[in-house]
Design a protein around this ligand. Structure first.
Ligand SMILES: N[C@@H](CCC(=O)N[C@@H](CS)C(=O)NCC(=O)O)C(=O)O
Length: 201
């Protein structure tokens, strides 16, 4: 069995959960609920970086972070489904994954900034994270023809990133002025793997 350090709110864990379903591995993974922010968490015993997701595999090794875990899970099947093995398709998928992951990183950083004591918060940092998300979602919009191709780790990460924005920053309305991206997102959000892993507190 594989053991996944898991939280229902982390968009990076969600990438892994979606991958597990896409690869048909639900019966091979045990989810271990983990709050990385709990002062007494034992998470660093598995991941020295203290972050979820972390996946303990059959030989006892612990894999992190989400791109590594997703590619490992994808390799377990007879044919990789989410990570094209070579050529331009691979770089397109990895680039889109980096874009989606980057949106999540900036959005999580902005959320954490807003949760610091008010006198320690930096409006400049919050604005920097917000602008990075805005530009990166614009870039997803420009990349929509690539997103409309095969469902890869790039489309998976991008969909998780956009839904994370709905979850944490719905007031910003990433949909405004981006109808093609919305059309793509609405079609992909219907996949059972995404419907079954909607983030919640
Ligand atoms: N690059 C990592 C990011 C993982 C990450 O930032 N996880 C957050 C939860 S959303 C976390 O565990 N943070 C705890 C911390 O930063 O100490 C990945 O792709 O897995």
């Amino acid at each position: 069995m594989l053991n996944l350090r898991y939280s229902t709110t982390s968009p990076f864990v969600r990438k892994v959960s979606v991958t597990i379903i896409e690869c048909g591995l639900e019966d091979h993974v045990i989810n271990k609920p983990t709050n990385p922010w709990a002062p007494d968490t034992d998470l660093p015993q598995d991941n020295p970086l203290g972050k979820v997701p972390a996946l303990t595999i059959e030989d006892g090794q612990v894999l992190f972070d989400s791109p590594v875990i997703c590619e490992y899970l994808d390799s377990l099947g007879t044919t990789p489904r989410l990570f094209p093995q070579q050529g331009q398709a691979r770089w397109t998928a990895l680039r889109l994954q980096a874009l989606g992951d980057g949106i999540m990183e900036a959005a999580v950083a902005r959320l954490l900034e807003s949760r610091r004591p008010r006198e320690e918060q930096s409006a400049a940092f919050a604005e920097r994270y917000k602008s990075a998300v805005h530009r990166a979602v614009d870039e997803l919009d420009h990349s929509v023809d690539q997103l409309m191709g095969d469902f890869t780790i790039g489309s998976l990460s991008s969909a998780c990133a956009l839904e994370y924005l709905d979850f944490r920053f719905s007031q910003d309305d990433w949909r405004a002025g981006r109808p093609k991206l919305v059309e793509w997102y609405e079609s992909v959000a219907k996949r059972p793997s995404l419907r079954q892993t909607v983030p919640h507190e």
